[in-house]
Design a protein around this ligand. Structure first.
Ligand SMILES: Nc1ncnc2c1ncn2[C@@H]1O[C@H](COP(=O)(O)OP(=O)(O)O)[C@@H](O)[C@H]1O
Ligand SMILES: [Mg+2]
Length: 442
């Protein structure tokens, strides 16, 4: 892991002014320093600390991270002006386009495909989340975290440049309507890889809580190596004697741990719960929340929880698209693990390193039935059609307002109130119906 010298945010100047026209060289890590401390995002909460910082100050503070600073013009060039044909995905904060860096662009930067994420910057949160990604991913390096290559902070523009992940997100693979189902072995490999990524975050010298673990934030390499991306909501873990971090409740409905939604108390066990939800999605092939299903099946955890520990019932909830091509023994163990991760009591959940230890032996089981031969076409990630206005120049996109309520399905990040209301109704649907009737909502 790369760690940087501790600095305070008080030294930063407000505003990202016009970036240098001459691209900056990445700063090389001073390997002679015996003790580096990771720059922490929690420094931002110091009273009076500005959230906006200059491109220069940011680059100085991230000495050692090897991040490249790009100009907007360069990023427009490599993405063909953010053309719709290069569009590869979108979360709540802006579109992601594929680009290609050639070896002439910068000394020390090899020719490679990249993913360029453009943040909508109308809201305060957009900048904060952009900064969180730069601070965390710029300093943390691990085989199961996506590599941040650089960023652009020019005028109001905020962009991030990542290594390109050829298979795109787990969400696209697991839930795509067409093409072969994601095979069992790949599912177990992805679960293990993502678990290793979370373990690293929880056990690093200054632990990090990821806070937004879900299928759209897990990216896949050509060989199904899973890497966590999107550190926009990541938080530094509790320090000293603290047992939790108190935060505004942010996350995605269907993945956020119930105690976190109710109290705002965030611990690494909140990530373990979200991991349990993703593991359940891998087993069942169902989305954590699916409004298109019958009422009692819409919330995956509520629907599946009681069948996870019963080996006879497990077969009923396994993904039918697997067509039985999975190891029953491994599925039972994985289901039991998901059950533990989804415990209502955070202390009863396993740590992520225990999750890794449990998943490791599930990688190779010989009780997978021999099925029909299925040829898996090596795929480019499915291209989702961008919204019309997103095809245009990024300048135009910032004219709208940024909302915490994101686009539908699992990409939705809910505000505190939304998450709580949704949790209440899933825990007690009858009571909620009565309340809503009283309030004249239905
Ligand atoms: N490095 C990458 N390689 C390939 N696809 C990516 C990459 N980064 C993001 N994507 C695609 O874009 C989507 C949104 O990216 P994400 O970082 O989660 O954005 P947001 O912060 O808006 O949620 C992902 O779900 C994935 O489909
Ligand atoms: Mg995302």
């Amino acid at each position: 892991m790369t760690m940087i010298k501790k600095i305070t945010w008080k030294s930063f100047l407000p505003g990202c002014y016009k970036a240098q026209t001459t691209p900056l060289e990445p700063k090389k890590r001073d390997t002679k320093h015996s003790s580096f401390h990771r720059l922490s995002l929690s420094d931002l909460s110091n009273p009076g600390s500005p959230l906006s910082i200059s491109a220069n100050d940011l680059s100085n503070s991230l000495v050692g991270s090897n991040l490249h600073i790009f100009t907007l013009t360069e990023l427009k060039t490599i993405t063909q002006n953010f053309s719709s044909s290069n569009f590869i995905g979108e979360g709540g904060f802006g579109p992601v386009h594929k680009g290609f860096i050639d070896d002439k662009m910068r000394p020390g930067l090899k020719a490679q495909p990249v993913a360029v994420k453009l943040l909508d910057l109308d809201g305060f949160q957009g900048h904060r989340e952009w900064l969180a990604e730069v601070i965390f991913l710029g300093q943390l390096r691990h085989p199961h975290l996506v590599k941040l290559i650089g960023y652009c902070c020019e005028d109001e523009n905020r962009l991030l440049v990542y290594e390109y992940m050829p298979r795109g997100s787990l969400e696209n693979h697991l839930f795509r309507k067409y093409g072969a189902a994601l095979p069992w072995a790949a599912r177990m490999k992805i679960a293990l890889g993502a678990a290793k990524g979370l373990t690293f975050l929880h056990e690093t010298e200054k632990p990090v809580i990821y806070r937004d673990f879900k299928t759209s934030n897990i990216l896949l390499d050509a060989d199904h190596t899973a890497k966590l991306s999107d550190f926009g909501l990541a938080k530094d873990g509790p320090e000293g004697d603290e047992t939790h971090v108190s935060t505004r409740v942010m996350g995605t409905h269907g993945y956020a741990a119930p105690e976190y939604v109710m109290t705002g108390h965030l611990t690494s066990m909140s990530d373990v719960y979200s991991f349990g939800v993703v593991l359940l999605e891998l087993l069942t092939g169902r989305r954590s929340m699916d409004k298109n299903r019958p009422n009692r099946e819409q919330n995956l955890v509520e629907w599946a929880r009681h069948q996870l520990n019963d080996s006879r019932k497990l077969g009923r909830i396994m993904d039918p698209r697997l067509e039985g091509q999975y190891s029953t023994k491994a599925a039972q163990k994985a289901a039991a693990l998901a059950y533990q991760c989804l415990s209502h009591h955070p202390k009863s959940r396993p740590t992520m390193s225990t999750v890794v230890k449990t998943l490791e032996p599930l990688q190779n089981f010989d009780d997978i039935p021999i099925g029909p031969f299925v040829y898996m076409v090596p795929v480019e990630p499915e291209k989702t059609e961008p919204k019309k206005e997103k095809e245009q120049n990024p300048q135009r996109q910032r004219q709208g307002h940024r909302h915490r309520i994101r686009s539908p399905r699992s990409r939705t990040v809910y505000t505190e109130t939304n998450l709580r209301n949704n949790l209440r109704s899933s825990l007690n649907p009858q009571k909620e119906k009565e309340n809503q009737e009283k309030e004249g909502k239905i």
